[in-house]
Design a protein around this ligand. Structure first.
Ligand SMILES: [Fe+2]
Length: 299
């Protein structure tokens, strides 16, 4: 079933952005979305994996209205860059006002899925591009359905039943190490977590590597890179290596769509079956400002 097959139930007509994944919608204002349209919209996003609405004109409240139309918005775990007038939105930006950063400039490093929310899983992530650098800063996506389907049958059998372990703590300290390795010191991550954050951070999330999207029954490679602490039943180091090697394969060109942002793009993706990473841009030279929202899974 393709996104295009659902066109007749949607108030807009998406067209493919790449042969792998992604579709775009032109000439449609997301403020006109009604509750009746939502089931077809969800099917469309799950089929296309990434849906881009071009030329949107939204206030923070209107973007939250869009999130609420689809489901229950979530609040980002890092509170510092929640928008004061709309705390459902989190600001991704390298912009500084009066010397203070207005957003997190180093979010989304390392291939990952946003699926692991705090209490509930995060089904959909929505980004709205307000200021976009003229080069770089792509958001890169890889289809974990396509990567799974491309594996030899024998490898698929080997992976079946394997489980990887994710902890926020692993992700946090790997991120700090990555920033330090790059000589980046002006990031907004503190070097330690509060006791409250640490309690969450130490929680082990165990997931099958060969996972099934409960909404469409498709099998996908469910992994983490920065947050992977190992594989059940293996030495930690060997488990992490297995996952990172698999992630290298799964994020290679045949499974990729790299989104080149335009100002006022609203990009919505399904966290099942999909990996993403923030592409780099020249943070000294160019400004970027993106609003981020997410929607809780219904299950
Ligand atoms: Fe992300």
């Amino acid at each position: 079933m393709s996104a295009l097959a659902k066109t007749n139930e949607l108030p807009f007509a998406p067209s493919p952005l790449s042969p792998v994944l992604g579709a775009e919608v032109r000439g449609y204002d997301v403020k006109t979305l009604t509750a009746r349209d939502v089931p077809a919209l969800k099917v469309c996003v799950r089929d296309a994996q990434v849906l881009v609405f071009r030329d949107q004109n939204l206030t923070p409240q209107e973007m939250v209205g869009f999130l609420r139309m689809i489901g229950e918005p979530q609040y980002h775990v890092l509170k510092r860059f929640l928008m004061s007038e709309a705390p459902e939105l989190y600001v991704l930006s390298n912009v500084k006002e009066e010397g203070q950063p207005v957003g997190n400039a180093y979010e989304g490093m390392g291939w990952h899925t946003d699926l692991k929310g705090q209490d509930k899983r995060t089904a959909f992530t929505v980004l709205y591009g307000r200021e976009i650098p003229p080069e770089g800063g792509h958001t890169c996506f890889a289809s974990m359905y396509r990567a799974y389907e491309a594996l030899p049958a024998e490898r698929r059998r080997e992976l079946d039943g394997m489980k990887f372990i994710y902890t926020y703590e692993t992700q946090y300290y790997n991120r700090l190490k990555l920033l330090a390795d790059k000589g980046i010191t002006d990031h907004s991550y503190s070097t330690s977590l509060s006791p409250e954050q640490m309690e969450y951070a130490k929680r082990r999330h165990v997931n099958p590597i060969v996972d099934v999207n409960p909404y469409n029954g498709r099998k996908w490679l469910h992994m983490a890179t920065g947050g992977c602490a190992g594989v059940e039943g293996m030495e930690d180091e060997a488990g992490v290596k297995l996952v990172l090697d698999l992630a290298d394969f799964a994020t290679s060109a045949p499974f990729r769509y790299d989104h080149a942002w335009r100002v006022n793009d609203l990009v919505m993706w399904d966290n099942y079956g999909l990996f993403h990473v923030a592409g780099e841009y020249d943070k000294q030279k160019h400004r970027r400002l993106i609003w981020r929202g997410s929607i809780a899974d219904e299950r």
